[in-house]
Design a protein around this ligand. Structure first.
Ligand SMILES: Cc1cc2nc3c(=O)[nH]c(=O)nc-3n(C[C@H](O)[C@H](O)[C@H](O)COP(=O)(O)O)c2cc1C
Length: 213
């Protein structure tokens, strides 16, 4: 597929066929993923592929805790998430069937290998993630190119101690995301909904549009 087409159509997949994902297909996606940029090329990422039904069920149970609170707030408008009620229904259905997704990929990263340059500001530190999420996005795109649907989730990161124990993740690693992976039950959209490019690109000073409308 054309790269731009892959990027524009890589929707969050919330319903999956039960068909298993062969190791060879996952290998191709992980192989492509690892070429993302990583600070100092320290390559902190390790991926744990969970396919065991019991383990997936446990992950779903933990996921449903924060998800139930999140969707209740979203439905009463207490959080602004820019999602329609149809989308929320689909995400809710996904949550309740998370254990039926063929694979859940747990993204782990070696903490000391993340070069965090913004730890001291009065706002959440994000720079550590910059050595993780480019490879994660590569993985999502590679999956799309291979015909696989994915859903990047982070709610389970709140259960990091429990997930680490369950999956024997070493103490010096963190968990950065949990990615549902499988063949999609519905076709990919042609193009995702995003703000117009003219609205988000500035010239020289923040707020000064660079691109004409
Ligand atoms: C950091 C991050 C965390 C997310 N966490 C969840 C999640 O826990 N559950 C979920 O169903 N979707 C999750 N998503 C998917 C977003 O809801 C989705 O990208 C957004 O609604 C836009 O939909 P689209 O990707 O299909 O265009 C997450 C996405 C990101 C980038």
């Amino acid at each position: 597929m054309d790269l731009i087409e892959v990027m524009e159509s890589n929707a969050t997949c919330r319903s999956y066929k039960p068909d298993p994902v062969p190791d060879s297909v996952l290998q191709a996606a992980f192989d492509a993923a690892r070429f993302g940029p990583q600070g100092g090329n320290r390559q902190p990422i390790r991926w744990v592929v969970v396919r065991d039904p019991k383990t997936k069920k446990q992950l779903k149970e933990w996921y449903l805790g924060p998800w139930t609170a999140y969707i209740a707030n979203a439905r009463k408008g207490a959080i602004n998430i820019g999602a329609s009620s149809r989308l929320l229904d689909r995400a809710d259905n996904f949550a309740h069937h998370l254990d039926e997704v063929p694979a859940i990929v747990v993204v782990c990263a070696h903490i000391a290998s993340l070069h965090v340059t913004d730890p001291d500001f009065d706002r959440p530190s994000v720079v550590g993630g910059a050595s993780i999420y480019p490879c994660v996005q590569n993985f999502l795109l590679a999956c799309r190119n291979l015909g696989l649907g994915t859903a990047l989730t982070t709610l389970l990161c709140a259960f990091e101690p429990q997930v680490k124990e369950l999956l024997s993740i070493p103490a010096d690693f963190l968990t950065a995301a949990h990615i549902a992976v499988g063949y999609p039950a519905e076709p990919f959209p042609k193009k995702l909904k995003r703000r117009p490019v003219e609205e988000i690109v500035f010239a020289e000073r923040f707020g000064v549009p660079m691109l004409g409308r």
